[in-house]
Design a protein around this ligand. Structure first.
Ligand code: DGL
Length: 272
């Protein structure tokens, strides 16, 4: 269980959203709708991107270390790990060490199981996410009577990053992801696709083109936003400075992201 506190001591204490890159912006967009008054720090571990091809030990060490240091420095009232890969691997260990409520990102298998009519669900995630026992447990608990087909699609992470930098992306990337799921036994009956990586809702329109009109998509962002709103209910908010985007490495790609960051209300950029 996340620790809750009815009233955060400092009304200027921010929400800290964390991802390997821009994926968590898909979560931030939903949080903004429910809590427009909340000061936000959005942290992207671009020095560690992509997480999806790293080992469990590498991801757990990076995420715990960075969140420990960021929490000490910025004193957030709540941390959201806006990344399925980091959450499915490191959520429990991060909760053990941080004295702040932590909201994680869980692949939306439960709502997908309620949505599907054919009983066949596709799941797109990173390679690291789709092999997690966490996903096995969600499948066993909520989709035991369904067929869940998983595909690791690292190309979509790069595509979402490129799209938000305003770069052209080869549409084949999306076609390949759809074709990989369709090619699995039973894949032709997929009617629901879980976007189990926070980068993927950023390219949902492109994926919808690739899958065709009979497929619906679901991701965890609405549930996360509701959970954050519930955990901070009754708290006061004060924004003392424009919201901040933090990156773990200064590189040229940050400049290309300035439009996307501004569109998500992140007017300042810093390197952590
Ligand atoms: N956005 C991350 C997720 O939700 C992962 C992207 C990556 O670093 O591979 O899984």
């Amino acid at each position: 269980m996340a620790r809750t506190s009815a009233v955060a001591a400092d009304p200027a204490a921010p929400l800290l959203l964390f991802d390997s890159g821009v994926g968590g912006l898909s979560v931030l967009a939903k949080v903004r709708k429910l809590l427009p008054q909340a000061p936000v720090i959005y942290a992207a571990d671009n020095a560690g991107l992509p997480y999806g091809d790293k080992t469990e030990a590498q991801i757990a060490a990076r995420v715990s270390g960075l969140l420990g240091r960021m929490t000490e420095r910025f004193r957030p009232r709540l941390v959201c790990i806006a990344c399925n890969t980091a959450s499915t691997i490191a959520l429990a260990s991060v909760r053990e060490v941080l004295e702040v409520p932590i909201v994680g990102t869980v692949p939306a298998i439960k709502p997908a199981a309620a949505m599907t009519r054919t009983g066949v669900i596709g799941l797109l995630g990173t390679a690291a996410t789709i092999r997690q026992g966490y996903v096995d447990r969600l499948e066993a608990e909520f989709a035991a009577d369904k067929l869940l087909l998983r595909h690791g699609a690292p190309e979509l992470v790069a595509a979402a990053e490129a799209k938000l930098r305003g770069e052209a992306v080869d549409p084949e990337v999306y076609t390949r992801a759809a074709a990989a799921l369709r090619a699995m036994p039973g894949g032709e009956r997929i009617d629901t696709v879980v976007l189990a990586c926070t980068h993927f809702p950023l390219v949902q329109d492109e994926l919808a083109q690739a899958f065709g009109p009979d497929v619906r998509f679901i991701d965890g962002s609405d549930g996360i936003a509701r959970r954050i709103a519930a955990l901070t209910q009754g708290q006061d908010w004060r924004r003392d400075a424009p919201d901040l985007a933090l990156f773990t490495r200064a590189d040229d790609s940050i400049t290309g992201l300035s439009g996307a960051l501004a569109a998500h209300g992140l007017a300042r950029v810093a390197v952590f």
